[in-house]
Write a protein that binds this ligand. Sequence first.
Ligand code: WT7
Length: 650
Amino acid sequence: MSETLANLLKEERTFPPPAALAAEANVTDVAYQQAADDRLAFWETQARRLEWSKPWDQVLDWSNPPFAKWFVGGELNVAYNCLDRHVAAGNGDKVAIHWEGEPGDTRTITYADLLTSVSQAANYLTELGVTAGDRVAIYLPMIPEAAVAMLACARLGATHSVVFGGFSADSLSNRINDATAKVVITADGGYRRGKPSGLKSIVDEALKSTPSVEHVLVVRRTGQEVAWGEKDLWWHETVEQAATEHTAQAFDAEHPLFILYTSGTTAKPKGILHTSGGYLTQAAFTHHAVFDLKPETDVYWCTADIGWVTGHSYIVYGPLANGATQVMYEGTPDTPSKARFWEIVDRYKVTILYTAPTLIRTMMKWGADIPAAHDLSSLRILGSVGEPINPEAWIWYRETIGHGNTPVVDTWWQTETGAIMISPLPGVTATKPGSAMTPLPGITADVVDDQGKSVPNGGGGYLVLREPWPSMLRTIWGDDNRFVETYWSRFDGMYFAGDGAKKDDDGHIWLLGRVDDVMLVSGHNISTTEVESALVSHPSVAEAAVVGATDPTTGQAIVAFTIPRGNVDTSGEAGEALIQELRNHVAKTLGPIAKPRQIMLVAELPKTRSGKIMRRLLRDVAEHRSLGDVTTLQDSTVMDLIASGMKDSK
Ligand code: WT7
């Protein structure tokens, strides 16, 4: 990837932590030293944040790589650690969740309330015959019952498989069948963009081909009409009538906690399996360290959906294990207005905000005057996750949302890693906009070349993890071979993350996107991320997505889809002039080799529901093919918009 490296953004700004924050930080630079001196002892210390019914005999069993066992012989109950122990410690009245529905309805849920609901759900699931080791599919909107359902499964040792509420009946039935789930927990519907959208009807469709499902538990959220079959049970008539006391039983540290399917834009989705003790240890530690969570005073808000791993680790397990008070929001950021997020921050005095670059760029596009009209002074830490954050968006986030003095933590991790792996620590790290900086204490990440050799500072290649970590995936559900093949075969003895990365001159890590997103133009490797970054650095550009399209002369050619900022004139000649200007701008920023062959001005970009740009579809457009499967798109009309509204240059 040498060309890519030579072209990388020359980003030289650094932002040291505010002195007051550093002085009070949960984790200081001592942690790096402790972990370097004795990695396993470091993780043992972190595991002691949890309450174990039986201590472990061995920290890590790596005798059969890549199949790891952490905290061998230890026993705990994950839900007990998220609820009971806080209530037992006298924090039952503390707010666990400030929930806000999209229509504006709200619920305030204390730790004691949450424990009661989870106990009721555990009791009723037991009545339905759910026992430890069974799989339960959860297909719910962002309502508190989603967290309740997950924790009830955890409490019983049942393995949950949350399927994002926007997935199609097909995706749902595939996931139910892969895990042979016995029960499905859903709702009549949920609110999105001001309208109730149906979920139960999709479950009905999916259940035509899911022989394993015995019962469907349905939460009433919208009150819309639903068809009713003999497997269907209303949540309010069953769970909410069940006994409110439930004694949690301890399970082995390696007991399966959940399966979560990765987006899978091409191949069959992989059921990523996570287990209990190591997963909760790292989710809790990273939430404590990266967000500097002070459970007494902070109000934390992660804007992810519970259907993604971010929602699992940083809405449910990490924050609740740490006794945090958090905000949970059901809907979209522009309902009823584009100020919704900032109203929420102001209303609940949110102190820690964790969101995705795609949202940050959307907010940029909507304009700084929207957040400026709200009091965001409560914010003290800002997090980013999901894809590389370009320096412009990073700076905008810090300046416009974080009043110019709030640390931005760019957190790199994956569904597979279970928890944050590479990130600044807000009280320690002098951050660089666009860099995830350094592996967290206890994590050994590296960048290697084709041969698996560590690259020197200034070099680039593939991101790998050299040693097992507590919250690592244990396998792909039902497919150990694919687990070994996908992650452990590219480089000997290392986990291959599938991301390109570089080390800067100080050894800090910059993520470059998925390695499949590297283009080969006239024999030069150019990453889609850096061309996108160059485009977005132009004042007329709000967002950009870049793909490599087959080209008879250059092998691949760079094709860019660009969303202009709201105030930019794109009509007729002005549009043509802008396209030329942008091509030259990229050439000037990255070198002539990176000059896009073609730039299209579009109104929207196709994204998965987790916010990842679906480059596969854009490649179809760029190569004039008919479109492939669009069912995982967040908004399936986007591709029509692109095809019709395209301003093309050649
Ligand atoms: C892929 C994992 C981790 C929760 C959400 C996504 C990309 C994630 C960053 C970041 C650059 C990032 C990587 C990774 N990614 N965070 N901070 N900087 N890239 O989980 O759907 O499993 O996707 O997201 O490409 O491999 P996921």
